[in-house]
Design a protein around this ligand. Structure first.
Ligand code: HEM
Ligand code: CU
Length: 551
Protein backbone atom coordinates (compact mmCIF):
# COMPACT_ATOMS: atom_id res chain seq x y z
CA UNK A 1 0.00 0.00 0.00
CA UNK A 2 1.40 3.40 -0.82
CA UNK A 3 1.35 6.39 1.43
CA UNK A 4 -1.21 8.14 -0.73
CA UNK A 5 -3.67 5.26 -0.28
CA UNK A 6 -3.90 5.92 3.42
CA UNK A 7 -6.33 8.77 3.03
CA UNK A 8 -6.11 12.32 1.91
CA UNK A 9 -2.73 13.30 3.20
CA UNK A 10 -2.94 16.99 3.88
CA UNK A 11 0.16 17.56 5.93
CA UNK A 12 2.74 15.37 7.54
CA UNK A 13 3.90 11.99 6.36
CA UNK A 14 3.54 8.45 7.56
CA UNK A 15 5.64 5.34 7.26
CA UNK A 16 4.07 2.53 5.25
CA UNK A 17 2.15 -0.10 7.28
CA UNK A 18 4.34 -2.95 8.56
CA UNK A 19 4.16 -6.16 6.58
CA UNK A 20 5.75 -8.59 9.04
CA UNK A 21 5.13 -9.52 12.66
CA UNK A 22 8.58 -8.24 13.64
CA UNK A 23 8.04 -4.86 12.01
CA UNK A 24 4.59 -4.60 13.53
CA UNK A 25 5.25 -5.55 17.15
CA UNK A 26 9.00 -5.69 17.77
CA UNK A 27 10.76 -3.01 15.75
CA UNK A 28 7.64 -0.96 15.20
CA UNK A 29 7.85 2.63 14.01
CA UNK A 30 4.30 3.42 15.14
CA UNK A 31 4.24 5.74 18.16
CA UNK A 32 1.21 3.89 19.60
CA UNK A 33 2.90 0.50 19.50
CA UNK A 34 6.09 2.01 20.96
CA UNK A 35 3.98 3.56 23.72
CA UNK A 36 2.53 0.16 24.59
CA UNK A 37 6.01 -1.41 24.47
CA UNK A 38 7.12 1.16 27.05
CA UNK A 39 4.10 0.34 29.23
CA UNK A 40 4.72 -3.40 29.19
CA UNK A 41 8.46 -3.14 29.76
CA UNK A 42 8.23 -0.69 32.62
CA UNK A 43 5.32 -2.67 34.06
CA UNK A 44 7.64 -5.67 34.37
CA UNK A 45 10.36 -3.54 35.98
CA UNK A 46 7.76 -2.09 38.35
CA UNK A 47 6.95 -5.59 39.58
CA UNK A 48 10.64 -6.33 40.20
CA UNK A 49 11.30 -2.99 41.93
CA UNK A 50 8.12 -3.49 43.98
CA UNK A 51 9.26 -6.93 45.08
CA UNK A 52 12.54 -5.42 46.29
CA UNK A 53 10.49 -2.91 48.32
CA UNK A 54 8.49 -5.74 49.89
CA UNK A 55 11.71 -7.59 50.73
CA UNK A 56 13.01 -4.49 52.49
CA UNK A 57 9.76 -4.13 54.38
CA UNK A 58 10.00 -7.81 55.37
CA UNK A 59 13.47 -7.12 56.77
CA UNK A 60 12.09 -4.11 58.66
CA UNK A 61 9.17 -5.94 60.31
CA UNK A 62 11.48 -6.33 63.33
CA UNK A 63 14.45 -4.32 64.62
CA UNK A 64 17.10 -6.99 64.11
CA UNK A 65 15.76 -9.35 61.47
CA UNK A 66 17.88 -11.48 59.16
CA UNK A 67 15.61 -11.63 56.12
CA UNK A 68 18.28 -9.75 54.16
CA UNK A 69 21.92 -9.30 55.06
CA UNK A 70 23.07 -5.73 55.61
CA UNK A 71 24.80 -5.71 52.20
CA UNK A 72 21.75 -7.15 50.42
CA UNK A 73 19.53 -4.56 52.09
CA UNK A 74 21.82 -1.85 50.71
CA UNK A 75 21.60 -3.42 47.26
CA UNK A 76 17.84 -3.66 47.55
CA UNK A 77 17.21 0.03 48.28
CA UNK A 78 19.78 1.13 45.72
CA UNK A 79 18.26 -0.93 42.90
CA UNK A 80 14.67 -0.28 44.07
CA UNK A 81 15.17 3.50 44.01
CA UNK A 82 17.12 3.49 40.72
CA UNK A 83 14.57 1.25 39.02
CA UNK A 84 11.53 3.16 40.27
CA UNK A 85 13.00 6.43 39.02
CA UNK A 86 14.67 5.43 35.73
CA UNK A 87 12.93 2.25 34.66
CA UNK A 88 9.41 3.01 35.81
CA UNK A 89 8.35 6.59 36.44
CA UNK A 90 10.35 8.40 33.75
CA UNK A 91 9.76 5.87 30.94
CA UNK A 92 6.05 5.54 31.73
CA UNK A 93 5.37 9.26 31.87
CA UNK A 94 7.45 10.18 28.82
CA UNK A 95 8.00 7.08 26.69
CA UNK A 96 4.60 5.49 27.30
CA UNK A 97 2.09 8.33 27.81
CA UNK A 98 4.04 10.82 25.70
CA UNK A 99 4.17 8.44 22.75
CA UNK A 100 0.69 7.12 23.09
CA UNK A 101 -1.17 10.38 23.61
CA UNK A 102 0.82 13.45 22.53
CA UNK A 103 0.83 12.84 18.73
CA UNK A 104 -2.91 12.09 18.82
CA UNK A 105 -3.61 15.24 20.82
CA UNK A 106 -1.81 17.47 18.33
CA UNK A 107 -3.49 15.82 15.35
CA UNK A 108 -0.30 14.29 13.95
CA UNK A 109 0.21 10.94 12.30
CA UNK A 110 3.35 10.09 14.23
CA UNK A 111 6.30 11.72 15.98
CA UNK A 112 8.83 13.66 13.92
CA UNK A 113 11.46 10.91 13.88
CA UNK A 114 9.78 7.49 14.11
CA UNK A 115 12.99 5.58 13.58
CA UNK A 116 14.77 7.41 16.41
CA UNK A 117 11.74 6.72 18.54
CA UNK A 118 12.18 3.00 17.98
CA UNK A 119 15.92 3.19 18.72
CA UNK A 120 15.29 5.05 21.93
CA UNK A 121 12.80 2.43 23.08
CA UNK A 122 15.25 -0.37 22.34
CA UNK A 123 17.85 1.17 24.66
CA UNK A 124 15.42 0.66 27.51
CA UNK A 125 15.16 -3.15 27.96
CA UNK A 126 18.97 -3.63 27.96
CA UNK A 127 19.24 -0.90 30.60
CA UNK A 128 16.82 -2.80 32.82
CA UNK A 129 18.66 -6.07 32.28
CA UNK A 130 21.95 -4.40 33.22
CA UNK A 131 20.46 -2.84 36.36
CA UNK A 132 18.74 -5.97 37.68
CA UNK A 133 21.55 -8.17 36.37
CA UNK A 134 23.94 -6.24 38.61
CA UNK A 135 22.75 -8.46 41.49
CA UNK A 136 24.88 -11.22 39.96
CA UNK A 137 28.03 -9.10 40.13
CA UNK A 138 27.57 -7.24 43.41
CA UNK A 139 24.79 -4.67 42.95
CA UNK A 140 25.37 -1.02 43.85
CA UNK A 141 24.98 -0.20 47.54
CA UNK A 142 25.21 3.60 47.70
CA UNK A 143 21.53 4.32 47.02
CA UNK A 144 20.01 5.65 43.82
CA UNK A 145 22.32 8.66 44.19
CA UNK A 146 25.54 6.55 44.22
CA UNK A 147 27.69 9.12 45.98
CA UNK A 148 31.44 8.58 45.75
CA UNK A 149 33.65 7.52 47.41
CA UNK A 150 31.45 4.50 48.34
CA UNK A 151 30.35 4.02 44.73
CA UNK A 152 34.03 3.86 43.78
CA UNK A 153 34.73 1.04 46.20
CA UNK A 154 31.97 -1.38 45.22
CA UNK A 155 32.26 -4.38 42.87
CA UNK A 156 31.46 -4.53 39.14
CA UNK A 157 27.68 -4.21 39.63
CA UNK A 158 28.12 -0.47 40.14
CA UNK A 159 29.74 -0.21 36.70
CA UNK A 160 26.69 -2.02 35.33
CA UNK A 161 24.55 0.56 37.10
CA UNK A 162 26.55 3.31 35.33
CA UNK A 163 25.98 1.69 31.95
CA UNK A 164 22.29 1.09 32.63
CA UNK A 165 21.58 4.66 33.68
CA UNK A 166 23.74 6.01 30.85
CA UNK A 167 21.65 4.07 28.32
CA UNK A 168 18.41 5.33 29.84
CA UNK A 169 19.84 8.84 29.80
CA UNK A 170 20.71 8.71 26.11
CA UNK A 171 17.30 7.23 25.36
CA UNK A 172 15.58 9.98 27.27
CA UNK A 173 17.67 12.73 25.62
CA UNK A 174 16.73 11.40 22.18
CA UNK A 175 13.06 11.13 23.08
CA UNK A 176 13.20 14.68 24.42
CA UNK A 177 14.52 16.02 21.11
CA UNK A 178 12.01 13.94 19.17
CA UNK A 179 9.03 15.18 21.19
CA UNK A 180 10.18 18.80 21.07
CA UNK A 181 10.45 18.77 17.29
CA UNK A 182 7.10 16.97 17.05
CA UNK A 183 5.31 19.53 19.19
CA UNK A 184 6.94 22.53 17.52
CA UNK A 185 6.60 21.34 13.92
CA UNK A 186 3.75 18.88 13.62
CA UNK A 187 0.67 20.38 15.24
CA UNK A 188 -2.48 20.25 13.15
CA UNK A 189 -3.38 23.44 11.25
CA UNK A 190 -5.00 25.94 13.59
CA UNK A 191 -3.52 24.47 16.77
CA UNK A 192 -1.77 27.55 18.11
CA UNK A 193 0.27 27.32 21.32
CA UNK A 194 -2.66 28.32 23.47
CA UNK A 195 -4.97 25.81 21.81
CA UNK A 196 -2.73 22.90 22.74
CA UNK A 197 -4.10 20.44 25.28
CA UNK A 198 -2.42 20.86 28.66
CA UNK A 199 -0.91 17.38 28.52
CA UNK A 200 0.96 18.53 25.41
CA UNK A 201 2.26 21.60 27.26
CA UNK A 202 3.45 19.35 30.06
CA UNK A 203 5.05 16.89 27.64
CA UNK A 204 6.78 19.73 25.80
CA UNK A 205 8.33 21.20 28.95
CA UNK A 206 9.31 17.70 30.10
CA UNK A 207 10.93 17.02 26.74
CA UNK A 208 12.93 20.23 27.09
CA UNK A 209 14.11 19.14 30.56
CA UNK A 210 15.02 15.63 29.33
CA UNK A 211 16.95 17.17 26.46
CA UNK A 212 18.88 19.77 28.48
CA UNK A 213 19.31 18.13 31.89
CA UNK A 214 20.04 14.52 31.03
CA UNK A 215 23.33 15.30 29.30
CA UNK A 216 24.69 16.35 32.71
CA UNK A 217 23.81 12.97 34.15
CA UNK A 218 25.58 11.29 31.26
CA UNK A 219 28.70 13.36 31.96
CA UNK A 220 28.64 12.53 35.66
CA UNK A 221 28.15 8.82 34.91
CA UNK A 222 30.91 8.75 32.32
CA UNK A 223 33.24 10.22 34.95
CA UNK A 224 32.24 7.61 37.53
CA UNK A 225 32.64 4.78 35.05
CA UNK A 226 36.04 6.02 33.85
CA UNK A 227 37.29 6.50 37.39
CA UNK A 228 36.12 3.02 38.41
CA UNK A 229 37.56 1.35 35.31
CA UNK A 230 40.74 3.31 34.57
CA UNK A 231 41.41 5.10 37.83
CA UNK A 232 41.24 8.66 36.45
CA UNK A 233 40.50 10.59 39.65
CA UNK A 234 37.39 12.73 39.21
CA UNK A 235 35.72 12.09 42.55
CA UNK A 236 38.08 10.27 44.92
CA UNK A 237 39.29 12.78 47.52
CA UNK A 238 42.27 10.58 48.38
CA UNK A 239 43.57 11.08 44.83
CA UNK A 240 42.70 14.74 44.55
CA UNK A 241 39.19 14.28 43.13
CA UNK A 242 36.08 15.86 44.59
CA UNK A 243 33.08 13.86 45.79
CA UNK A 244 31.12 17.10 45.99
CA UNK A 245 31.62 17.54 42.24
CA UNK A 246 29.57 14.38 41.70
CA UNK A 247 26.85 15.73 43.97
CA UNK A 248 26.64 19.00 42.04
CA UNK A 249 26.47 17.42 38.61
CA UNK A 250 24.21 14.57 39.73
CA UNK A 251 21.67 16.94 41.28
CA UNK A 252 21.92 19.41 38.42
CA UNK A 253 20.25 16.58 36.50
CA UNK A 254 18.27 14.92 39.24
CA UNK A 255 16.36 17.91 40.47
CA UNK A 256 14.98 18.65 36.98
CA UNK A 257 14.38 14.88 36.80
CA UNK A 258 12.00 15.26 39.71
CA UNK A 259 9.96 17.51 37.43
CA UNK A 260 10.33 15.08 34.53
CA UNK A 261 8.57 12.71 36.92
CA UNK A 262 5.79 15.10 37.91
CA UNK A 263 5.01 17.54 35.06
CA UNK A 264 3.44 14.86 32.81
CA UNK A 265 1.33 13.77 35.79
CA UNK A 266 0.22 17.41 36.15
CA UNK A 267 -0.68 17.21 32.46
CA UNK A 268 -2.78 14.09 33.03
CA UNK A 269 -4.61 15.78 35.90
CA UNK A 270 -5.34 18.78 33.68
CA UNK A 271 -6.90 16.48 31.06
CA UNK A 272 -8.97 14.37 33.43
CA UNK A 273 -10.46 17.26 35.41
CA UNK A 274 -12.33 19.12 32.62
CA UNK A 275 -13.61 15.84 31.18
CA UNK A 276 -15.17 14.65 34.44
CA UNK A 277 -16.29 18.09 35.61
CA UNK A 278 -17.75 18.78 32.13
CA UNK A 279 -16.53 22.34 32.15
CA UNK A 280 -13.55 24.33 30.89
CA UNK A 281 -10.37 24.02 32.91
CA UNK A 282 -9.95 27.03 35.17
CA UNK A 283 -6.87 29.12 34.32
CA UNK A 284 -5.68 27.38 31.14
CA UNK A 285 -2.89 29.86 30.55
CA UNK A 286 -1.88 29.95 34.20
CA UNK A 287 -1.50 26.16 34.18
CA UNK A 288 0.42 26.13 30.89
CA UNK A 289 2.81 28.92 31.82
CA UNK A 290 3.33 27.61 35.35
CA UNK A 291 4.66 24.39 33.78
CA UNK A 292 7.17 26.52 31.90
CA UNK A 293 8.22 28.43 35.00
CA UNK A 294 8.53 25.23 37.04
CA UNK A 295 10.72 23.86 34.24
CA UNK A 296 13.01 26.89 34.29
CA UNK A 297 13.19 27.14 38.09
CA UNK A 298 14.03 23.45 38.30
CA UNK A 299 17.53 24.27 37.03
CA UNK A 300 18.21 26.72 39.84
CA UNK A 301 17.60 24.70 42.97
CA UNK A 302 19.80 21.60 42.78
CA UNK A 303 21.94 22.37 45.83
CA UNK A 304 18.96 22.05 48.19
CA UNK A 305 20.00 18.38 48.22
CA UNK A 306 23.41 19.42 49.51
CA UNK A 307 22.69 21.58 52.56
CA UNK A 308 24.85 19.28 54.69
CA UNK A 309 27.77 19.16 52.27
CA UNK A 310 29.52 22.32 53.47
CA UNK A 311 27.95 25.04 51.31
CA UNK A 312 28.54 28.68 52.26
CA UNK A 313 25.73 30.25 54.28
CA UNK A 314 24.79 32.62 51.45
CA UNK A 315 24.60 29.65 49.09
CA UNK A 316 22.34 27.78 51.47
CA UNK A 317 20.15 30.83 51.75
CA UNK A 318 19.95 31.34 47.97
CA UNK A 319 19.02 27.74 47.28
CA UNK A 320 16.48 27.75 50.09
CA UNK A 321 14.78 30.87 48.72
CA UNK A 322 14.80 29.68 45.10
CA UNK A 323 13.36 26.33 46.12
CA UNK A 324 10.52 27.94 48.00
CA UNK A 325 9.72 29.98 44.88
CA UNK A 326 8.66 26.77 43.12
CA UNK A 327 5.76 26.54 45.53
CA UNK A 328 4.21 29.54 43.70
CA UNK A 329 3.66 28.05 40.22
CA UNK A 330 2.79 24.70 41.82
CA UNK A 331 0.25 26.39 44.07
CA UNK A 332 -1.22 28.18 41.03
CA UNK A 333 -1.85 24.81 39.44
CA UNK A 334 -3.39 23.29 42.56
CA UNK A 335 -5.75 26.23 43.04
CA UNK A 336 -6.70 26.16 39.34
CA UNK A 337 -7.57 22.48 39.61
CA UNK A 338 -9.61 23.08 42.74
CA UNK A 339 -11.41 25.97 41.04
CA UNK A 340 -12.22 23.69 38.09
CA UNK A 341 -13.99 21.33 40.49
CA UNK A 342 -15.62 24.04 42.55
CA UNK A 343 -19.40 23.81 42.11
CA UNK A 344 -19.05 21.51 39.07
CA UNK A 345 -21.29 18.53 38.43
CA UNK A 346 -18.64 15.94 39.07
CA UNK A 347 -18.70 12.48 37.46
CA UNK A 348 -16.79 10.44 39.98
CA UNK A 349 -15.32 7.80 37.63
CA UNK A 350 -12.06 5.98 38.31
CA UNK A 351 -9.70 8.45 36.54
CA UNK A 352 -11.10 11.30 38.62
CA UNK A 353 -10.78 9.28 41.84
CA UNK A 354 -7.09 8.82 41.16
CA UNK A 355 -6.80 12.54 40.43
CA UNK A 356 -8.37 13.32 43.81
CA UNK A 357 -5.91 10.88 45.38
CA UNK A 358 -3.13 12.68 43.54
CA UNK A 359 -4.28 16.12 44.70
CA UNK A 360 -4.37 15.19 48.37
CA UNK A 361 -1.18 13.13 48.59
CA UNK A 362 0.93 15.21 46.21
CA UNK A 363 -0.01 18.42 47.98
CA UNK A 364 0.96 16.85 51.30
CA UNK A 365 4.30 15.74 49.84
CA UNK A 366 4.81 19.20 48.37
CA UNK A 367 4.32 20.76 51.77
CA UNK A 368 6.88 18.48 53.45
CA UNK A 369 9.11 19.47 50.52
CA UNK A 370 8.83 23.13 51.45
CA UNK A 371 9.66 22.15 55.04
CA UNK A 372 12.78 20.31 53.85
CA UNK A 373 13.77 23.30 51.72
CA UNK A 374 14.29 25.23 54.92
CA UNK A 375 17.97 24.85 55.82
CA UNK A 376 17.63 24.28 59.58
CA UNK A 377 14.83 21.73 59.09
CA UNK A 378 16.78 19.91 56.40
CA UNK A 379 19.95 19.73 58.47
CA UNK A 380 17.89 18.09 61.19
CA UNK A 381 15.87 15.75 58.97
CA UNK A 382 18.52 14.90 56.39
CA UNK A 383 18.98 11.13 55.94
CA UNK A 384 16.05 10.22 58.20
CA UNK A 385 12.77 8.48 57.36
CA UNK A 386 11.17 11.90 57.06
CA UNK A 387 12.88 12.13 53.66
CA UNK A 388 11.74 8.62 52.69
CA UNK A 389 8.19 9.68 53.60
CA UNK A 390 8.45 12.92 51.64
CA UNK A 391 9.87 11.33 48.53
CA UNK A 392 7.23 8.60 48.44
CA UNK A 393 4.44 11.16 48.89
CA UNK A 394 5.58 13.04 45.80
CA UNK A 395 6.76 10.09 43.69
CA UNK A 396 4.13 7.56 44.67
CA UNK A 397 1.33 9.82 45.85
CA UNK A 398 2.06 12.20 42.97
CA UNK A 399 3.56 10.44 39.96
CA UNK A 400 2.08 6.96 40.57
CA UNK A 401 -1.44 8.20 41.29
CA UNK A 402 -1.12 10.41 38.20
CA UNK A 403 0.01 7.41 36.16
CA UNK A 404 -2.99 5.38 37.30
CA UNK A 405 -5.35 8.29 36.58
CA UNK A 406 -3.92 8.36 33.05
CA UNK A 407 -4.08 4.59 32.69
CA UNK A 408 -7.74 4.42 33.66
CA UNK A 409 -8.51 7.45 31.48
CA UNK A 410 -6.74 6.35 28.30
CA UNK A 411 -7.08 2.56 28.68
CA UNK A 412 -10.14 2.53 26.38
CA UNK A 413 -8.22 4.55 23.78
CA UNK A 414 -5.27 2.19 24.06
CA UNK A 415 -7.16 -1.10 23.95
CA UNK A 416 -10.66 -0.30 22.68
CA UNK A 417 -12.19 -1.75 25.84
CA UNK A 418 -13.29 -0.39 29.19
CA UNK A 419 -11.98 -1.52 32.55
CA UNK A 420 -14.47 -2.62 35.16
CA UNK A 421 -15.37 0.43 37.27
CA UNK A 422 -16.19 -1.51 40.45
CA UNK A 423 -12.80 -3.18 40.46
CA UNK A 424 -11.21 0.17 39.61
CA UNK A 425 -12.80 1.78 42.65
CA UNK A 426 -11.78 -1.11 44.86
CA UNK A 427 -8.22 -0.72 43.56
CA UNK A 428 -8.29 3.00 44.28
CA UNK A 429 -9.51 2.74 47.87
CA UNK A 430 -7.20 -0.13 48.78
CA UNK A 431 -4.23 1.66 47.23
CA UNK A 432 -5.09 5.04 48.73
CA UNK A 433 -5.61 3.75 52.26
CA UNK A 434 -2.64 1.38 52.32
CA UNK A 435 -0.39 3.99 50.68
CA UNK A 436 -1.10 6.45 53.48
CA UNK A 437 -0.83 3.74 56.12
CA UNK A 438 2.59 2.80 54.73
CA UNK A 439 4.15 6.20 54.31
CA UNK A 440 2.40 8.57 56.75
CA UNK A 441 3.90 6.95 59.90
CA UNK A 442 7.37 7.28 58.38
CA UNK A 443 7.14 11.04 59.03
CA UNK A 444 6.85 10.34 62.76
CA UNK A 445 9.69 7.85 63.03
CA UNK A 446 11.78 10.16 60.87
CA UNK A 447 11.14 13.12 63.15
CA UNK A 448 12.09 10.89 66.06
CA UNK A 449 15.43 10.22 64.42
CA UNK A 450 15.23 6.87 62.63
CA UNK A 451 17.92 6.97 59.90
CA UNK A 452 17.16 5.92 56.33
CA UNK A 453 19.14 3.32 54.34
CA UNK A 454 19.80 1.09 57.38
CA UNK A 455 18.73 -2.56 57.70
CA UNK A 456 18.26 -2.53 61.49
CA UNK A 457 16.85 -0.03 63.97
CA UNK A 458 16.35 0.85 67.60
CA UNK A 459 13.53 -1.29 69.11
CA UNK A 460 11.64 1.88 70.13
CA UNK A 461 10.51 2.10 66.48
CA UNK A 462 9.42 -1.55 66.34
CA UNK A 463 5.63 -1.31 66.51
CA UNK A 464 5.41 1.53 63.97
CA UNK A 465 7.67 -0.35 61.57
CA UNK A 466 5.61 -3.52 61.89
CA UNK A 467 2.47 -1.52 61.08
CA UNK A 468 4.23 0.11 58.11
CA UNK A 469 5.37 -3.24 56.76
CA UNK A 470 1.92 -4.82 56.99
CA UNK A 471 0.47 -1.80 55.18
CA UNK A 472 3.17 -2.12 52.52
CA UNK A 473 2.17 -5.75 51.90
CA UNK A 474 -1.47 -4.68 51.45
CA UNK A 475 -0.29 -1.91 49.13
CA UNK A 476 1.51 -4.53 47.04
CA UNK A 477 -1.66 -6.61 46.85
CA UNK A 478 -3.70 -3.64 45.64
CA UNK A 479 -1.85 -3.74 42.32
CA UNK A 480 -3.09 -7.28 41.74
CA UNK A 481 -6.61 -5.87 41.44
CA UNK A 482 -5.43 -3.69 38.58
CA UNK A 483 -3.61 -6.60 36.93
CA UNK A 484 -6.74 -8.74 37.19
CA UNK A 485 -8.92 -5.93 35.83
CA UNK A 486 -6.57 -5.41 32.88
CA UNK A 487 -6.56 -9.11 31.97
CA UNK A 488 -10.29 -9.32 32.45
CA UNK A 489 -10.91 -6.32 30.20
CA UNK A 490 -8.89 -7.91 27.38
CA UNK A 491 -11.33 -10.85 27.39
CA UNK A 492 -14.67 -9.49 28.49
CA UNK A 493 -14.32 -5.73 28.86
CA UNK A 494 -17.14 -3.63 27.44
CA UNK A 495 -16.31 -2.21 23.99
CA UNK A 496 -15.46 1.41 24.58
CA UNK A 497 -16.36 3.27 21.40
CA UNK A 498 -14.37 6.32 20.31
CA UNK A 499 -15.20 8.59 23.23
CA UNK A 500 -16.51 6.85 26.36
CA UNK A 501 -15.82 9.73 28.78
CA UNK A 502 -16.89 12.67 26.63
CA UNK A 503 -13.38 14.08 26.23
CA UNK A 504 -12.90 16.98 23.85
CA UNK A 505 -9.26 16.67 22.86
CA UNK A 506 -8.38 15.15 19.49
CA UNK A 507 -7.52 11.62 20.64
CA UNK A 508 -11.25 11.15 21.39
CA UNK A 509 -12.29 12.16 17.88
CA UNK A 510 -11.03 8.91 16.31
CA UNK A 511 -11.86 5.26 16.88
CA UNK A 512 -10.48 3.26 19.84
CA UNK A 513 -7.84 2.00 19.47
CA UNK A 514 -6.69 4.68 17.07
CA UNK A 515 -6.25 3.46 13.47
CA UNK A 516 -2.75 2.96 12.09
CA UNK A 517 -2.56 6.37 10.43
CA UNK A 518 -4.42 8.12 13.33
CA UNK A 519 -6.36 10.63 11.23
CA UNK A 520 -7.99 10.01 7.85
CA UNK A 521 -7.62 13.66 7.19
CA UNK A 522 -5.53 15.92 9.36
CA UNK A 523 -8.05 17.83 11.49
CA UNK A 524 -8.29 21.61 11.45
CA UNK A 525 -8.44 23.21 14.87
CA UNK A 526 -10.73 26.19 15.36
CA UNK A 527 -10.28 26.98 19.06
CA UNK A 528 -9.07 25.56 22.38
CA UNK A 529 -10.26 22.11 23.44
CA UNK A 530 -11.96 22.65 26.77
CA UNK A 531 -15.01 24.81 26.03
CA UNK A 532 -17.73 22.48 27.23
CA UNK A 533 -21.15 23.61 26.12
CA UNK A 534 -19.84 24.93 22.80
CA UNK A 535 -19.69 22.84 19.60
CA UNK A 536 -16.51 20.82 19.07
CA UNK A 537 -13.76 23.08 17.76
CA UNK A 538 -12.62 20.87 14.88
CA UNK A 539 -13.22 20.66 11.15
CA UNK A 540 -12.47 17.45 9.23
CA UNK A 541 -13.47 14.93 11.83
CA UNK A 542 -16.19 12.39 11.28
CA UNK A 543 -19.09 13.76 13.36
CA UNK A 544 -20.42 10.28 14.19
CA UNK A 545 -17.15 9.55 16.00
CA UNK A 546 -17.48 12.51 18.31
CA UNK A 547 -20.24 10.77 20.20
CA UNK A 548 -21.84 11.71 23.47
CA UNK A 549 -20.25 9.95 26.44
CA UNK A 550 -21.52 6.56 27.51
CA UNK A 551 -20.04 7.01 31.00
C1 HEM B 1 4.97 -0.78 47.29
C2 HEM B 1 5.40 0.44 47.27
C3 HEM B 1 6.74 0.88 47.85
C4 HEM B 1 7.32 0.54 49.02
C5 HEM B 1 6.78 -0.41 50.09
C6 HEM B 1 8.59 1.22 49.09
C7 HEM B 1 9.50 1.10 50.12
C8 HEM B 1 10.76 1.66 50.16
C9 HEM B 1 11.75 1.40 51.16
C10 HEM B 1 11.59 0.43 52.32
C11 HEM B 1 12.85 2.16 50.85
C12 HEM B 1 14.18 2.20 51.58
C13 HEM B 1 14.14 3.04 52.78
C14 HEM B 1 15.51 3.13 53.40
O1 HEM B 1 16.01 2.12 53.94
O2 HEM B 1 16.07 4.22 53.36
C15 HEM B 1 12.53 2.91 49.66
C16 HEM B 1 13.38 3.81 49.05
C17 HEM B 1 13.09 4.49 47.88
N1 HEM B 1 11.94 4.38 47.12
FE1 HEM B 1 10.36 3.18 47.52
N2 HEM B 1 8.75 2.00 47.98
C18 HEM B 1 7.63 1.82 47.18
C19 HEM B 1 7.37 2.44 45.98
C20 HEM B 1 8.20 3.39 45.38
C21 HEM B 1 7.87 4.12 44.19
C22 HEM B 1 6.57 3.96 43.39
C23 HEM B 1 8.92 4.96 43.94
C24 HEM B 1 9.12 5.95 42.83
C25 HEM B 1 8.28 6.21 41.91
C26 HEM B 1 9.91 4.75 44.97
C27 HEM B 1 11.12 5.41 45.04
C28 HEM B 1 12.06 5.21 46.03
C29 HEM B 1 13.31 5.92 46.10
C30 HEM B 1 13.85 6.96 45.09
C31 HEM B 1 13.97 5.47 47.26
C32 HEM B 1 15.32 5.92 47.79
C33 HEM B 1 16.36 4.90 47.56
C34 HEM B 1 17.63 5.35 48.20
O3 HEM B 1 17.66 5.59 49.41
O4 HEM B 1 18.60 5.48 47.45
N3 HEM B 1 9.43 3.78 45.83
N4 HEM B 1 11.25 2.57 49.25
CU1 CU C 1 15.49 18.74 44.36
Amino acid sequence: MSVADLGHVRTGHIHPPPDTFVKKYVFSLDHKVIGVQYFITSGLFFVLAGLLAELMRAQLTGPNNHVLSVATYNEAFSVHGSAMVWLVTIPVLTGAFGNLIMPLQIGARDVAFPWLNMVSFWMFPPAGILLFGSFLFGAPQAGWTEYPPISLQMPFGTSMWCMAIFLIGVSSTITGINFLVTIVKMRAPGMTWTRMPLFVWATGVTAFLSFIATANLSAALAGLFIERTFGVPFYDPAKGGSPVLWQHVFWFYSHPAVYIMILPAFGIVSEVLPTFCRRPIFGYKAIAYSSVSIGLLSFMVWAHHMFTSGLQHWEQFAFMALTMLIAIPTGIKIFSWLATMWGAKIHLCSPLLFVLGFLSTFTFGGITGVLLASVPVDIHEHATYFVVAHLHYVLFGGSMFGIFAGLYYWWPKMTGRLLDERLAKLHFWLMFISFNATFLPMHWIGLHGMPRRVATYDPIYASTNLFVSISAFVLGLSFLIFAYNALRSAKQGEVAGPNPWGGRTLEWMISSPAPYYNFDEIPIVLSGPYDYGKPLPYANIKPELATVPTH
